[in-house]
Design a protein around this ligand. Structure first.
Ligand code: NDP
Ligand code: 2IT
Length: 446
């Protein structure tokens, strides 16, 4: 990074938020891409856009008390970071995972600003969550947690203010409990959350959207470079919502997916993953991925999740969590002939891993473009809720396909315009930023 103003703003972020390494990582990546933009646009510097965009508009931290099945009081910490509302109401998921603290929610909220901008739909950036761990909890415990979480959150959100959704640990069950509590507290049936059940305002294809969208985006990357999914071997990490539907669509597009994982370990099935089995294990029984081998004796299970990147493949789709691919894993992928990485998870590659991708001329589809399909269909769910109407699966899926195509085109053309052809990371950061920056400048110093 050369631009003096960007260097100064980043230094200030490091000073103020030095205890939030994930947030600093996300800001650094975006600012490095924005170097030529800052040089070309003194008007944005004058309008204070760079200083303003790294400071959330509002951050809410609250107590979440609930009673467990033994009658014992438990206390978790809840967060909602309302990062940027320049182009629409705050929009972004809720993460329930023991690793959650302010720095995780801020990195996710910051990324969400640019991702939501790329979707072309009117959504600002936000994120929330808690250090609550749904794993091993009964349905009743999860319900009591969600009700307590929403009792406070309901004071800060609304269909035209801030619209949460799912993320790690928050799926259909959690969204439904949160929606029920919001409706009860406010006596309003509105589209205040997305990812709702199909019987109460959810959109068809939202469950599939992030994984499908990831494959539609990857397909565009491949096509632009004279390749396709047909006959390719794919490694996927994770075995949650994003991983499952990425596996389904990659397979439908002619690829063979041979791995999936969870935080304990990974499976390799050279015959191609049996997705019905994974869905049953993860979506119905809420079991660990290692159970897969008990019904698939040809498949292998290995302890330790990072080993998944040592399995030879053509295309890698990380769909688990942040920083899951480090320099060593990236080098293993490259050495084994992997030529394309597209990110279903948010920020799954460390900065050193990304350097390895570029040094080896690998095709790289960054998260904020590649996984934008989930929030894009959330935006379509909001539209359907406002119309009090619903589209068919095919209608939503078609819109999703077109949105992912347009996102790729925007990344590609921004990368060319700023002299970094083929660098879709820079393209995504620049294209996502410019729309928000213009809106922030137009609205004055707010
Ligand atoms: P789920 O909770 O459905 O699944 C998460 C998966 O990732 C599980 O297999 C989980 O394993 C694994 N995982 C989580 N944390 C870790 C960790 N620290 N180390 C190793 N593995 C881990 O979440 P989603 O599928 O919804 O989300 C996956 C990623 O995609 C996240 O980065 C999320 O932010 C991103 N994303 C999600 C969208 C959505 O619409 N849901 C949209 C865009 C991005 P285990 O069960 O062992 O924890
Ligand atoms: O990271 C993400 O984009 C999500 N978890 C989905 C957010 C949403 O509002 O659908």
């Amino acid at each position: 990074m050369q631009n003096k103003h960007l260097i100064e703003v980043l230094e200030n972020v490091k000073k103020r938020d030095g205890d939030q390494p994930e947030f600093i990582q996300a800001v650094t990546e975006v600012f490095e891409s924005l170097d030529p933009v800052a040089d070309a646009r003194p008007d944005l510097i004058k309008a204070g856009v760079f200083e303003r965009i790294v400071e959330p508009e509002r951050q809410i931290i609250f107590r979440v008390p609930w009673v467990d099945d033994n009658g014992k009081v438990q206390v978790n910490r809840g967060f909602r970071v309302q990062f940027n509302s320049a182009i629409g109401p705050y929009k972004g998921g809720i993460r329930l995972h023991p690793s959650v603290y302010l720095g995780i929610i801020k990195f996710l909220g910051f990324e969400q600003i640019f991702k939501n901008s790329l979707t072309t739909l009117p959504m600002g950036g936000g994120k929330g969550g808690s250090d609550f761990d749904p794993k091993g909890k009964s349905d009743a415990e999860v319900m009591r947690f969600c009700q307590s979480f929403m009792t406070e959150l309901s004071k800060h959100i609304g269909p035209d203010t801030d619209v949460p959704a799912g993320d790690i640990g928050t799926g259909a069950r959690e969204v439904a409990y949160m929606f029920g509590q919001y409706k009860r507290l406010r006596n309003e049936f509105t589209g205040v959350l997305t990812g709702k059940g199909l019987t109460f305002g959810g959109s068809l294809a939202r469950t599939e959207a992030t994984g499908y969208g990831l494959c539609y985006f990857t397909n565009e990357v491949l096509k632009a470079n004279g390749k396709s999914f047909e006959g390719q071997t794919v490694c996927i990490s994770g075995s949650g919502n994003v991983a499952i539907y990425a596996c389904e669509k990659a397979t439908a597009l002619g690829a063979k997916v041979i791995t999936m994982s969870d935080s304990n370990g990974y499976i390799v099935d050279k015959n191609g993953i049996d997705l019905d089995c994974v869905k049953q294990l993860k979506e119905v029984e809420r079991k660990r991925i290692k159970e897969y081998v008990s019904t698939h004796p040809d498949a292998e299970y290995h302890e330790g999740c990072s080993g998944v990147w040592t399995v030879p493949c053509d295309i890698a789709l990380p769909c688990a969590t942040q920083n899951e691919i480090n320099e060593e894993s990236a080098k293993a992928l490259a050495a084994n002939g992997c030529y394309c990485i597209c990110e279903g998870a948010n920020m799954p590659s460390t900065p050193e891993a990304i350097e390895v991708y570029f040094a080896n001329n690998m095709l790289y589809g960054p998260a904020k473009a590649a996984n934008a399909g989930g929030v894009a269909v959330s935006g379509l769910e909001m539209s359907q809720n406002s119309m009090r109407y619903g589209w068919t699966f095919e209608e939503v899926d078609d819109k999703l396909k077109n949105i992912m195509k347009d996102i790729f085109a925007a990344c590609d053309s921004a990368s060319k315009e700023f002299g970094m052809e083929g660098n879709y990371m820079a393209g995504a950061n620049i294209a996502g930023f410019l729309k928000v920056a213009e809106a922030m400048k137009a609205q004055g110093c707010v």
